[in-house]
Every structure is written in C-alpha cells, then in structure tokens.
Write a protein of this length. Sequence first.
Length: 368
Amino acid sequence: MAAVAGASAASGAKFPPPPRGGGWKEAAGRDWRALLHAPPEVRSDPEVLLAAIPQSAEVLKCASLGLRSDPAFLRQVLCVHGLALEHCSETAQGHRDLVLEAIQQNPRALRFASAKLRADPEVVLAAVRGGHPWVSAGSSAVKCAAEELNADVETVRDAMHKLDPVAWKAKVSRDWQRLADAPLSVRGDSEVVMQAVQDSFGLALPFATASLLDNKEVVLAAVRWWGQGLQHASEALRGDTEVVLEAVQQDWRAIQFATEGPRSSPEIINAALQQSGEALQYVCGDLRSSRELALEAVKLDGNTLRYLDEGLREDPEVALQAVKENWAALRHVKEGMLNRDEESCHEIMSAAFESVETRRLWGGRKYM
C-alpha cells in the first residue's frame, strides 16, 4: 500500500485534503479506512497510525515502510494486535523481541515470523504455552498446533513435552502407538520404549531413537517377539550373532536384514532353514556352495534348488532330493545333467511323479 502511495506521489497524483471536522488523526480514530487515501506524510506519522490501531491489525498495511520496520513503533502496535506481525517488514518479522511481543498478545502470530524464528525452540515454546490447550476435531493437538503456528511438527512436539513432561509418558504407557507421535526425549527414554516394545510385541521398535536402535537390550526384547524388527536395528546390531539368531528363530525372514557376517554363520543358517528352505537365498560365503547345506534345504523345499550354485544344481543327489520334495523343482535342474546321465534322469523323473507335492495334488503315480 505504501509503495502504491509512493508511486502515486511520484507521478504527481493529488491526495484528498484532510477530512472535515478535524485532522487525519481524528478521522483515522473514527474509521481507520480513511488512511487508505491518506498522503505519504500521514502514513509516516506514528500518532495517526496508533490512533487507528485499536480498530484493526490491518491498519499497519497503511503505514510507511519506515514505520513497519521501526521497533519502537511496532512494539506499541503488536502489544495491541499480535497478528499485525503479518504486515511488518521482513526485517521486523525476523526480530526476536518483536516476535515474542506479538506472540504474547496472540500465540498464532508466530505463523508470520521468519522461518528461522519459527524453528527456534524457545520461540515456539512461548507460542505453544500461550495457545495451550490446542484442540482440533480429527487431528492431534501436536499437528493442530503445528498447522496453526506454521511451525515444524517436531519442534512443536518437543515444546509441548516441556510444558508437561509426565503427560507423554502416561500416554505411551496407556497406548504404545502414541510413541510414534512422542517427542525425541520420550522416544529416547529406554524405560518408556522398553515398556512399549513389550506391550506391542516388538512393533514399537521403529519409533525408538537411533541411540536405542543401537541398544542391544532393547533390540533383543523386540526381535524375540517380532523377528523382522531386525530391519530397524543399527548396522552394528544387525551384525551381532546373538541378536540375529534371536530374530531368525522367531521369523526366518529376518535373515535378509542381517549383515554378511551372520549370514555366513552355520548356526544362524540352520535356524532359518529349519523354518523354510527359502532362507538359502540369503546365505553368504562358503556356505553357499556347501553340499550338506544344499541337501538339507531342498529336503525342506525343493524349489530352493534355484538359489544354489550352478555346480550344486548339476549334482544328481541334490537334484533328486529337490524333486522328491516338489516335482516343480525340475525346472531348476540343469538340463545338461539330465541329458548327460540317463540313469540319473530316469531316477529324477520317477521321483517327480512320486514327490510329496505330486501325491498331495494327484495321488501317487508311476513314471514309466
């Protein structure tokens, strides 16, 4: 508005004379909209603007840029209308003391502060304290406050926790899923997280802080209930034999989240294979070419033949045991081996017709 007025003055535009029955100050005091047509010198007069301020925060739109950047003048404005911060200059919106003054009058004034101050924990805390309690239908208090204040959710969450640190712990103790929305200080509390892990049968683990995801006691407690929770553990713990073994014993699929070291451990591999031959695909190191391990795996699930090294897929005994368990494993047998060894071919094809899977589907049949 001031820019428009300045442009009009520069172009020689004529402003209306002072209102009848008194000057601009009296006119603005009666109706601030009179300032919309006031000349630049009036818009730069703090007394005239202050006379109109009690009527509306929008009065500040009519002020000159100089006044909209003047701390002394703005303090008098913001203590009356905190939301007038919206019409202050960018410099003023980044002025910590002015923003705090505006927040004290109206906490929602924070939404018009600079991005730096909207991320300042102390400034956000002042706004959250002033606007407490925050309520909104269909939305949590944290999200509601963050939206109202145009502030980061995590910063608002931490501010709310500082107002009532006991409340969050009580919420999580009643409902472990509240840990997902809890501030970092709560998600980093080993006692709170351990209780949530136990209450959730391990499912609360992803909400813990990085430090607790590197806590062996916490991770062990989680994977004993939920093996696949291993994926959320730190890299160090995903390489810990004890942790990985606990996870795999609960759910063989956890082996895929382990580092290379545990996936080369016979004890861990055997624990996984006892549940599913599919675990063979995650084996590392020399175990991948182990004939003994291959035989054990295909006896559990013939189709795991596809995960074996090429040399093992050409081994007649391995192929035979795979086909005995599931005739469909034939598709993974090396064709060259069948063409090369007629006796093994006949034995394997006979086994396919008598396999566990064939009998389950069609009953026993003989291969001629």
